[in-house]
Design a protein around this ligand. Sequence first.
Ligand code: SF4
Length: 316
Amino acid sequence: MADILEVKHLKKYFDVSAGTLHAVDDLNFHIEEGTTLGVVGESGCGKSTLGRVLIHLLESTDGQILYKGEDITRVNSKRLTQLRHDMQIIFQDPFASLNPRMTIYQTIAEPMQIAGGYSKQQINENVYKMMDTVGLARRLANAYPHELDGGRRQRIGIARALVMDPKFVVCDEPVSALDVSIQAQIINLLLDIQEERKITYVFITHDLMVVKYISDKIMVMYLGQMVEFADNDELFAAPTHPYTQALLSAVPQPDIHKKTERIIMKGEIKSPIDPGPGCRFAARCPYAKDICRQESPALRETKPGHIVACHFAGEL
Ligand code: SF4
């Protein structure tokens, strides 16, 4: 399968009063068309910022984002409007991201109206088709978001994101605010839509079970950097970075006879403001040695397609 997106040395920094916040710091990865890349990490690791930079809601500080081979990091407003058709985002909190004064029909239709070039009939057809696809009854077209439950509100968010038939969608914690039973429905809906429309997803979450269920490949982020990247099965079978090992040790095992020892991360989280050299996980890593505090570990391929940023990858 061809790559739909390739990211090279991508950086997003913010100037803050205490210095420069390294939210996304030198990321390199690629995504194959029609697949899902899961991005996992604790809150504040930069995963949501990454999602917004990928679809141009935030401008990058440095590096390249190649979309179907075209560098889209610096594009004019005309090209940006065209890209909006192809690249969309589904937000975490459907209630906060929906305008309470707009009906469901208006909410789903709005991206097409803003983009322009669609007739009333086309908009009508697309909106009702999308409502069918995401399982919203057509009789709800004139309802307002507050009249619906969380699951239905997220279905509106999905319909709005997909109404212009995008090829690349960032899903930013799309089920975190929902009850567990509704989470499964929404995830299965996203998978069905992906199968039907061959969409590529970047699925951002802090929930490892969700990322395992939905992803083809997984990137683990820590303080703005990629610390591990592998196929889904490989990452869960052989987590190699100490941070990934600690995250996975906290996941409940379906087999009650299988005992895993939970790794408790101790120590201060390093500040992402001017973090300086050395491994950013060193203060919390049980295996840290002097070199870890002095030199940033390079990314190394420990097995084909399995990339880890640790001085002692494969030895721990
Ligand atoms: Fe731990 Fe050192 Fe590896 Fe960082 S480089 S994860 S501190 S062993």
